[in-house]
Design a protein. Structure first.
Lengths: 513, 84
């Protein structure tokens, strides 16, 4: 995400946590905008210190877990802090938009710039099928009421004088769930939103916030309940030091124990491999039945018979099922692919089940690279809260924990190399492959990031019933690069991958099924 | 001529506030300056606790000069200046 905006968000999280840990949470929360922008300070971004403070207040509201849109500006942060402490339940709406920041962003439109030369050929006018372009004073002008934003004129202009002004949040959303409306404010349609978090990363003003559960988590820790952290595989590579030092750091910050979700990823990989073989056996059987029938009946010319119910259920490919963003996409926009999606549960599901079985009274917190997992966790009673990597980083800062200077703590279960690589694009398919004795049975197709094109591609596979190039296992990752590209990651992918590789080189191979 | 010494703070605050990306300097510096510049990671330099707390993190020290809100570009600029 845009550097300064993310810096600001993290700083606010640190201050919220420090306020919570102080003697007077409410008063310290109220003071956050004033401490960050004290009287007389040079104003870094906006018109005046008052607007800066107002916007910091809005961001703090999201950090305290509330929707910014519903704020009427009269309620003080002290009251929000109090309400956060009293809150018993978390919301299923995970994102909130700081609409005051949308002001600086022009609406989505096609615009003729000063570069227009007023040429004689007027290819833009010819290209426009809607009669939206007229020539005034020798220059092209677009009538917005007629323009359908098809971009034909943009492509037609030999001077590149016509541009499409994009709204980054709208542009980044693969499902059209965030829109800047007539009033100029962006808002999210939660019926469409798949919680992919792209808009949070795309907005240069940092206007889209995750609604943090940090206060709820700190409250659970303070209440002396047993609080257990479950760390997503992609966390290796996000912080200084090793994942063993990280375990010590997480415990020092107040948690009672730490489980690697890679432990669940080992189960997911094995189960998915079994399921894959069963499904593909069906395909092989069907093919040989068809071949026999073809031979017996003398080859071509035979009409297609009615498909039996069993044949109907045979699918030529299977898709993975561990990405929360993808699962939301299936539910809200791509139900036709459901029969092809593996029934295997996510690594988080298995891990949380193990933890809750062992400690039924414990509060479980998933440490997550993305907002999509908040949606999955909300639906899973075994996962109580979600804390993203930025929030964990803020907690370490507030508690002054130096990870790379700590001793290492071992995990009860050491996860495999393949499971620990689940958060990197291609890693899940690879783990399924490595779980099988006959690795060649898997012909993977990797969907590295959900966008309008890849969604179309998936839709095509679902409707046609087959995948390109004879592929039979489609791995779908919502974020480019996989979970290491999640919206709440700290490190850039190249460096994260390098750090993760060090861990992988010292991990054992996955068990075969 | 004495080597220019670059210390990248690997303390948690600096790392989380954007210092993680400074690890790219590990590749860039030897390639660009050979053995004229030495780069090393350092435990918390203690700079985040003074002056505006963490809000100027990440920090890098080039010899005795502190680079605040350090980026790869900023650090290279200071090195270039030192090397004249």
């Amino acid at each position: 995400m845009a550097g300064q905006a993310i810096h600001l968000k993290k700083e606010i999280l640190v201050r919220i946590i420090k306020a919570f840990l102080s003697d007077d949470f409410e008063e310290q929360a109220r003071l956050i905008p004033y401490t960050m922008r004290p009287k007389g300070m040079e104003v870094p971004y906006r018109c005046c210190v008052y607007k800066e403070r107002a916007i910091i207040k809005d961001r703090t509201i999201a950090g305290l877990g509330f929707p910014i849109e519903e704020d009427d500006e009269t309620v003080s942060l002290a009251t929000y802090a109090k309400k956060a402490l009293e809150r018993k339940e978390i919301s299923d709406k995970n994102l909130t938009v700081l609409q005051a920041a949308c002001k600086g962003c022009a609406t989505n439109r096609i615009y003729v710039t000063d570069l227009c030369q007023g040429c004689v050929a007027r290819p833009c006018q010819t290209a426009c099928k809607f009669g939206a372009i007229s020539i005034v004073n020798g220059r092209s002008i677009i009538d917005d009421s007629k323009c359908k934003k098809c971009k034909m004129c943009v492509n037609a202009c030999p001077y590149n004088a016509i541009v499409k002004i994009t709204v980054p949040c709208e542009d980044s959303c693969p499902v059209g769930a965030i829109k800047k409306d007539e009033t100029g404010f962006a808002s999210i349609d939660y019926d469409k939103c798949i919680n992919c978090g792209r808009c949070t990363a795309a907005c240069p003003f940092g206007a889209v916030h995750e609604r943090s559960q940090i206060v709820d988590i700190l409250k659970a820790i303070k209440s002396k309940k047993k609080v257990i952290a479950m760390i997503a595989p992609s966390i290796a590579g996000q912080f200084p030091g090793t994942i063993y030092q990280l375990k010590t750091a997480i415990i020092n910050s107040g948690f009672d124990d730490v489980y690697e979700v890679a432990q669940g990823a080992d189960i997911t990989a094995n189960n998915e491999a079994k399921e894959f073989m069963e499904r593909m056996e069906g395909v092989n059987e069907k093919n040989s039945e068809w071949l026999n029938a073809w031979v017996n009946e003398g080859g071509y010319g035979e009409e297609h018979e009615e498909k039996t119910e069993k044949e109907e259920n045979v699918r030529n490919f299977m898709t993975t099922s561990c990405c929360a963003g993808y699962n939301q996409l299936i539910k809200k926009h791509l139900p036709e692919i459901k029969p092809y999606v593996s029934d295997t549960k996510t690594p988080l599901y298995y891990t949380a089940e193990i933890v809750k079985k062992e400690f039924p009274d414990a509060v479980t917190v998933f440490l997550s690279p993305c907002v999509a997992k908040r949606a999955e966790s909300y639906d899973n009673p075994n996962v109580d809260y979600v804390m993203n990597y930025e929030e964990l980083g803020a907690l370490f800062i507030a508690k002054k924990i130096q990870i790379n200077e700590l001793d290492e703590s071992k995990y009860v279960v050491e996860s495999s190399k393949q499971a620990r690589n689940f958060g990197v694009t291609g890693g899940v398919a690879e783990s399924v492959k490595a779980s099988l004795r006959d690795e060649d049975a898997v012909k993977p197709m990797i969907i590295n990031g959900l966008n309008k094109d890849s969604i179309k591609q998936l839709k095509k596979y679902a409707t046609s019933g087959s995948c390109d190039n004879g592929c039979n296992l489609i791995e779908v990752m919502c974020c480019e690069g996989g979970c290491i590209g999640g919206n709440a990651t700290i490190n850039n992918q190249k460096i994260a991958k390098k750090q993760l590789d060090t861990l992988l080189n010292n991990s054992h191979d996955i068990d075969k099924i | 001529m004495a080597k220019v010494e670059v210390k990248v703070c690997l303390g948690t605050t600096c790392y989380v506030m954007g210092g993680s990306n400074l690890q790219e300097l590990n590749d860039i510096i030897p390639r660009k300056y050979g053995d004229k510049v030495e780069i090393m990671g350092a435990n918390c330099l203690g700079l985040c606790s003074i002056n505006w707390e963490y809000s100027k993190a990440p920090y890098v020290k080039v010899d005795e000069e502190v680079v605040t809100e350090a980026t790869v570009e900023k650090v290279l600029e200071v090195i270039d200046r030192k090397l004249g």
